[in-house]
Design a protein around this ligand. Sequence first.
Ligand code: DCP
Ligand code: MG
Ligand code: MN
Length: 339
Amino acid sequence: FACEAGAAHKCQNNEIIEELEKLLKIYTNEKDKGRCIAYRKAIGFLKALPYPIKSSEDLKDMPTIGDKIKKKIIEILQTGQLTKVQKLEGQEKNVAITELSRVWGIGPTTAATFYFKGIKTLEDLKKNQHLLNRNQQVCLNLVQDLEQRIPREEATLIFEIVKREIDDLSGVQGLYKATACGSYRREKETCGDMDILITRCDGKNTEDFLLNLIKRLEGKLLTHHLTMPKRTEQDCETYMGIGRVSNQAIYRRIDLKLYPKEQYGCAVLYFTGSDHYNRSMRLWAQKNGYTLSDHGLYPTQRGAHNKKLWKGEVIPCEEEMDVYKILGLKYKPPKERSV
Ligand code: DCP
Ligand code: MG
Ligand code: MN
């Protein structure tokens, strides 16, 4: 774990990993679960490996990687690529799925059903708008904007606009607090979208706070709503939408989430990612007798095949640091979690 959750070394096998990830992506689209697990395991292992693989000799004592994937790695070492990737990526169906999945709200499954109706390109989608739901229509029309990454300065501006509105709406400075998570918090130069988490610091009822915040942000930032907040069993609310910082600016995807303060530490941890980092963190929690999610940390007892036998009361974690302390881990700054 110490390795996978962000070792101090630079990744030594990027060429191999990049090519294997192409296959993983295709197998994910095809919902080929067995292969996905095998490839994800192999890739995770290679990411943590502190030295470069140079020949088949280096692969000998690596039970985490299956024989078929080992053969693929050797092919990459010899030719720099995989014929399998060339073949699969070139297949009409996969080309179409990749193309159609550019639209937010169209995943591989939906894309495949479109493909079987003869819809293969964004142009085809435009001619068949009646087959799309409202969100897919909106995102199809904005696809060129939405697939551009957000420069950090603009991301900061978006966050500032949201924070200002939070303060104005709550009336009391500091009653609510917000954290920009995701790739922004990991200090990336650009972000795919904005992931903003909000909590009420005094733990009292938030009533319609998120809904009112969204209303206020209409005209100032938000232009299209994709999903309006709805309170879940766990007392959380999620909003997904689109906005831009001015009438000339590019449209951006913006997520706003409201979590109760006793869940906030786990939520911030989860939405800071990366997804790889989250996976290794969850695994570590499991091995140490806990279950970790965006909603909290629970003591858990597991039996054979990792089956949950007992789940205790949630342990309140208002800060990320609480999670690290309970799990016996040294705090890792977000910047180092991009593995
Ligand atoms: N997340 C996760 N598993 C998923 C999806 C998300 O653990 N299947 C977590 C980790 C991500 C965070 O949520 O870092 C935010 O999701 P994003 O898809 O917005 O990913 P990032 O913000 O990391 O990257 P990007 O710059 O593409 O938005
Ligand atoms: Mg993001
Ligand atoms: Mn997001």
